[in-house]
Design a protein around this ligand. Structure first.
Ligand code: HSE
Length: 428
């Protein structure tokens, strides 16, 4: 006999957990109309039970996981904890008990997704995590449902809302990195430990999941770790503007022969590229589908309600039993850590935007750069468009760091050539 209500528990009551709770309450009538019965929330699991929480009288705030595990007829659990090590024991125990889990935890999925999917399958339940990648943008469901016949050769994405917010504030309002980060934290965009955002790890986990979903394998990385936005100098942002370009934190995935190459780093994006206008806390994902052609998805990539939207839609999809198996066939999950270099990768000379102290301008060619154009000078720095093979660049990276040279890869618009952006050399 079916039950008169659906029962859902929430683990974690930070920005996301609380947002999901409030959204389920606020949208309760609509959800009941879609599902044919309401959702109740008997338990919310928290670390600090003494803190006041704004929940209704039918919800018990508990710090005992066994309350959730022992609850009879629990239909689904929302997992909204901040990292993999907190979430992993909860999620494994729930799946072992055949209780489906909706997660917003990209680190958990990137590190343990393969094992957890296997566990869900063995126990005839589901693991869904639309909210884990690109916040409120319906990306994974789009890939699963409406782009599965297309082959995708490459992806370029802004995947961390906090970093994009900071870079936008630094450019538009001349905010310092620290002030912009504090504002991102106040707005509920940043992770509990914001280093994960600004050092690139948050985008790294999301890129891992996307590689697995799109290409069915973990990528080969172009560096030992992701490059975040800490080292992006305010002057570099201004130099880029003089080129009619913006510095964005970009994740790239590209199929090259039989492997997938990945990178995450601050990148110079010209105005013809779809990611140029992705501003503020938004995320943007540019993909080229073999049938549909170029597609850009854009929307809020972080924040209480955009993330809650993705979680709640997963909940409703799951309970309305309209989901297909939670993972497309043939997907492999992450092997821990970064791999580097792949002999089968054919190196092509790439275009870079380089900013350096003025005195170094005559030495670029001896360092191995092919200078296309010196762009602009601003105070003690100048910017130049250069080409250099990426392997060569990897070799001189330490030297670049020592000489305070920043190197940004460049994204052009689809039909653009770099000549379109040539400037007459000028000093400001
Ligand atoms: N801290 C993350 C971001 C939250 O800024 O993108 C959404 O995953």
């Amino acid at each position: 006999m079916s039950h008169p209500v659906y029962k859902l528990a929430i683990i974690g009551f930070g920005t996301v957990g609380e947002g999901v709770y409030q959204t389920l309450l606020k949208k309760s009538e609509k959800i009941a109309a879609i599902l044919g019965r309401p959702i109740t929330i008997p338990f919310v699991l928290v670390k600090d039970q003494l803190r006041m929480r704004n929940v209704s009288s039918i919800t018990k705030i508990t710090h005992s996981f066994s309350d959730i595990l022992d609850e009879s007829n629990l239909d689904v659990v929302v997992e909204a904890t901040p990292d993999a090590s907190t979430a992993y024991p909860y999620v494994t125990k729930l799946l072992e008990k055949s209780i489906s889990v909706i997660s917003a935890n990209k680190e958990l999925i990137a590190k343990h997704g393969e094992e957890l999917h296997k566990l869900a399958k063995e126990n005839d339940c589901q693991l869904l995590y639309e909210a884990a990648v690109a916040g409120g943008i319906p990306l994974l469901n789009t890939l699963r449902h409406t782009l599965k016949t297309n082959s995708i050769q490459k992806l370029e994405g802004i995947l961390n809302g906090t970093s994009n917010f900071i870079l936008t504030k630094m450019r538009e309002e001349a905010s310092s990195f620290e002030v912009a980060l504090a504002e991102a934290q106040e707005n509920g965009y940043a992770e509990a430990i914001p280093d994960k955002d600004v050092d690139g790890w948050d985008a790294y986990y999301k890129t891992c999941i996307l590689s697995q979903w799109i290409f069915g394998c973990s990528p080969v990385w172009n560096s030992e770790k992701p490059v975040g936005i800490r080292e992006v100098d305010a002057i570099d942002i201004s130099l880029a503007e003089n080129l009619k370009a913006r510095i964005k934190h970009v994740a790239s995935l590209q199929k090259v022969e039989n492997c997938v190459r990945a990178s995450i780093q601050p990148t110079l994006v010209f105005e013809g590229h779809p990611l140029y206008s992705v501003e503020d806390v938004n995320n943007g994902i540019y993909i080229e589908g073999s049938i549909v052609g170029p597609v850009t998805l854009q929307g809020p990539g972080a924040g209480k309600y955009p993330t809650s939207s993705a979680v709640v839609e997963d909940v409703v999809n799951f309970l309305s039993e309209r989901n297909e198996p939670s993972l497309p066939k043939g997907i492999q999950f992450l092997k821990d850590g970064f791999e580097d270099s792949d002999s089968s990768f054919q190196e092509k000379p790439n275009l870079f935007f380089l900013t350096a102290p003025n005195g170094l301008s005559n030495h670029l060619t001896t360092m191995g750069f092919d200078v296309i154009k010196s762009v602009v000078q601003l105070g003690k720095k100048y910017g130049a468009l250069v080409t250099s093979g990426s392997t060569k660049l990897e070799r001189i990276k330490t030297l670049c760091n020592e000489l305070e040279i920043q190197v940004y890869p460049v994204l052009l618009g689809k039909n653009d050539s770099v000549e379109k952006y040539y400037f007459k050399e000028k000093a400001i």
